[in-house]
Design a protein around this ligand. Structure first.
Ligand code: PAF
Length: 289
């Protein structure tokens, strides 16, 4: 199938073969390739990652693939927003050069079996609540990195544990790609941008801001000398008062290993995941210690 040059203002590769043909030509011309993997439903947070990729590369590939293997059967795979024409229109206004938009059969052909388990930093936090998640993410990202073969790939810090999992994946597989984290895009009131925010009702959207407020409260408490337990208690009370239920976790962890803080920890990360109505939100912030 040739590259689709006509549907959108930006070319789309639907197959790995077409993707490789374009990227190989760029590489043969001595160009540096940047990559931003996404599941579409693009918002300003994603687009800022595209801008960041362009600062590190001559050509930027953006993949749009709602990866079924990172959703559990009871999760929102069917309902997940699919807005490819809108996504392409947004990308056409940013420094992006190619969309890779495969279908599930292209990514997981008949007989596909490989599943990657990253271990280490993928254990705990998200995995305690979504045990399938990082296996699906690591596997699809490993495939995408092999398919695109970029020099640099950008992942949002909003999914902070995912970013650490990808760094470990790349290290453990010796993949020749630099992984860079992009700052979390935030709405004016502080809510982390997420494709899932569209699920929030008006009332939930108003209360959702308390997730970033709780992280900030934990941060400020820790900075003024409170213990982790005392700081967490305050954060949890803010989340409960806003109606978050269940609160999957609110933790202060080592920023690199995501293990509990130790004497050797140089930086910390405050991470939380909780549900508001049917929508699960996650967020995290840095804590200098
Ligand atoms: O963060 C996401 O959007 C997804 O987990 C990713 C990295 C594109 C893999 O499907």
């Amino acid at each position: 199938m040739p590259l689709d040059q006509s549907t959108y203002k930006i070319p789309v590769a639907r197959t790995v073969a077409d993707l490789r043909e374009t990227v190989s030509a760029w590489r043969a011309a001595g160009l540096r390739i940047g990559f931003v993997p996404t599941m579409g439903a693009l918002h300003e947070g994603h687009l800022s990652l595209v801008d960041l990729a362009a600062q590190h590369a001559d050509k930027v590939v953006v993949s749009i693939f709602v990866n079924p293997t990172q959703f559990a059967p009871e999760e929102d795979l069917e309902a997940y927003p699919r807005t490819e024409p809108d996504d392409a229109a947004k990308l056409a206004k940013r420094p992006s050069d190619l969309i890779f938009g495969p279908n599930a059969a292209e990514m997981y052909p008949e007989g596909y079996d490989l599943q990657i388990n990253v271990g280490g930093v993928s254990e705990g936090l998200e995995t305690d609540h979504r045990p399938h998640f990082f296996g699906g993410v690591a596997t699809v990202v490993a495939k995408l990195l092999c398919q695109v073969a970029p020099d640099v790939a950008i992942f949002g810090e909003k999914d902070y544990q995912q970013l650490q999992v990808i760094k470990k994946l790349v290290r453990d597989l010796s993949l020749p790609v630099e992984i860079i984290g992009g700052a979390t895009g935030r709405e004016a009131d502080g809510l982390a941008m997420s494709s899932r925010n569209v699920y929030l009702t008006e009332d939930e959207r108003a209360r959702a801001v308390q997730l970033s407020a709780a992280l900030k409260a934990v941060h400020d408490q820790m900075k003024s000398g409170a213990t982790i337990d005392a700081a967490r208690d305050l954060g949890l009370s803010i989340l409960r008062a806003a109606g978050f239920d269940p609160i999957d976790y609110l933790e202060v962890r080592d920023a690199d290993t995501l293990a509990p803080l130790s004497n050797t920890s140089r930086r910390a990360r405050i991470l939380a995941a909780a549900k508001l109505g049917t929508t699960r939100l996650i967020d995290n912030i840095d804590l200098e210690i």
